[in-house]
Ligand binder design. Sequence first.
Ligand code: ATP
Ligand code: MG
Length: 831
Amino acid sequence: MAARPAPYLDDLNPAQREAVEALDGPVLMLAGAGTGKTKALTTRIAHLLHTGTCRTNEILAVTFTNKAAREMKERVARNLGQSVEGMPWLGTFHAICVKLLRRHAELVGLKSNFTILDTDDQIRLLKQLIIAENIDDKRWPARMLAGIIDNWKNRAWTPDKVPAAEAGAFNNRGTELYEAYQRRLRELNAVDFGDLLLHVVHIFQTRPDVLEQYQNWFRYILVDEYQDTNVAQYLWLRLLAAKHKNICCVGDDDQSIYGWRGAEVGNILRFEKDFPGAKVIRLEQNYRSTPHILAAAAGVIRGNQDRLGKELWTEATEGEKVRLIGHWDGEEEARWVGDEIEAMAQGTRGMAPMGLDSMAILVRASHQMRAFEDRFLTIGLPYRVIGGPRFYERMEIRDAMAYFRLAVSPEDDLAFERIVNTPRRGLGDKAVQTIRKKDSESAVSMVERARRCCEEKLLSGRGLKELTRLVNAIDLWHYLVRNAGEKIEVSKQQAAILELETEVEQLSTEVDLFTAPDYAEELTEKERESEILKLQVQIEQCQSRIELLQRFVSILNGDHILLAEMILDESGYTGFWQNDKTPEAPGRLENLKELVKALEQFENLQGFLEHVSLIMDNQTEEAGEKVTIMTLHAAKGLEYPAVFLPGWEDGLFPSQRSMDESGLKGLEEERRLAYVGITRAEELCTISFAANRRVYGQWQSQLPSRFIDELPEEHVEVLTPPGLYGGGYGAAGGMSSRLEERAARADAYNSPGWRRMQSHGAARQTQSPSEARNLVIDATAISTFTKGDRVFHQKFGYGTVMGIEGDKLDIEFDKAGAKKVVARFIKPADR
Ligand code: ATP
Ligand code: MG
């Protein structure tokens, strides 16, 4: 066709070239990581344009992320040596479908200016429907229904197409609610994410004329990361390609990591059936990674049974082995990685200095990011987070920080305005206006104005009550911050505790008197009981007061973590997220816990706030090289000279969920994720794990990931002191012996010897996790009893726990009847 030279073809190997030059007919490129699939795909686009085979708007090119789409456009331009005009149909499935749906909205009962709901809106809407149907949304939460509906949409099932086998979903109401939800969306002229594809597929299926228009239009179709398409996407592609059959899909079954979102790796395997005569091209030369890295990745993925199986080779020189290192805990892991990155940036161990842009940290779960961000902020190492805001920019973290700021300085009006109605406490814009206007001519803080509003009752009802409570709470927090370390305040609190304890003693004596048969004989049995009960209530009140004062003492003695936890609890902020049923809530709670954990490295709240504000200030998107932090899922298709893979521990990676599942499906997907992770590295791959990690607020000792055992020994360099491994790791043996071995190793990490070894030198700034303190907090704040427990009380004797309310227990005593008692007065009956 075109006789013009095509220099970009020279950069390709023969197999790639074949894939690029076979412009007509179906092509499937099925190949492992780093073999140049994306490169071939991009070159193919350049070739289509260069040869004049089609125009830019006749190419439909689907990528997995917007970032990938941008990069692809740039690469095409580079290949052609000129910028490409347009490429309007190069983007993600969703981006392309939005455009298509806007053109044909009326065919599915929408207007072209429809809105796209985010997850929050979606859940809210579903909740309304659930409640309107008188369904108990505690037992049947909207989040669950959202999951079910998404799943159906991923399979391209409109309400009428949901198969009978699914009829039991959501307590038999699933289909019906799905239908109601779709109706409601239409009324609102709105769609959710899943609808974008679903509606377009529906249009294509029901309107052959429309379909044909696009079949003619999109003469060439290209799809990257094909292994992660779901059924709806697959149908969409098949419909569009049915006429010209010029479709080129590239993928790698070993990198299918979105099964949990409905992706079906089977789509790849079906390709040859759907498009008979398809040219299937396999690439085996890897251009990205060193042999050690490839061998390590191959060793891991070999553990999967369900795979096509392919081997990769490379011409690259051997390079460094994959490095493996164990740490005492997550903070130390972050510290080590930070130091290592700095060293690498300067050029250590005979290696040339490496730019920060060349390094990435890929985590399994986004809450792992916090420790790294914190460490990097501390040492001033520039970083970027891909696929989400940086830790300290997240909404819940900013809210929590605003509370801390107020505790430190009640004059911080910005902080006050941020949290005055967060969580909602009936203090909306109007209330804030009232507060703002109060004595506006005098230069006093918002908190002070709020106090005056309360005193003069300028608000009414709930608002007044809540504002009073908030102002009092801020006063208390500030008192605790201001007087930390003040011996005299500690003694004051201790004196108050002593007084209360004396009172408890007196009250108890009185109770004793009433239980003696000859005391106050003039009273009836009933009257006596009621006297005792009254006394008991008073005792309990004193006890909870004592408990609170004891906490104050701890805080005044410097326990700022306890203070932070108290602030988040008392303000209702933690509770607010605990009651929130949106899918984001658990993550936000996890982040709040991470925040409190971050405090451990500082002496007090002030120090911590200073740390954060300083770094936030000069971190406003400055140019320059930065280390990248992102999840493994987001790293698909990308590559970095140096990659750090932290948190390789059972329960984190592979995730607990995948380990609990029956069958291997979940575990195999995790293993593919490990494969994706390792194969992102070009020159240096460092895997690490910690012996201890805080999971849901509790310290746990962790077992190194089972995937670590699968790394071939000869391609791994262990960086921890060799003695710990008992002379080498991953010795041959069955799975169970390996598990034992891993357990033994984990024990070794917990031994005092290991701790000593880990705390050598100045690298360690903080104490090991303060388990002691955690135990104290747990013991005072959380009852350890459950319903049905047999218990013993000094006065009331034996009984059974009937209910639990915070630290209070409802107990049915065998002799004394039903009573509410503070948990700390209770002992288990068998001890
Ligand atoms: P993944 O499965 O991770 O998405 P991929 O198969 O898409 O990987 P690419 O990202 O296209 O691989 O290529 C990996 C690296 O190898 C890139 O840096 C690319 O420029 C380079 N590369 C690909 N093909 C060749 C080639 N023929 N000669 C030299 N370098 C190549
Ligand atoms: Mg790729």
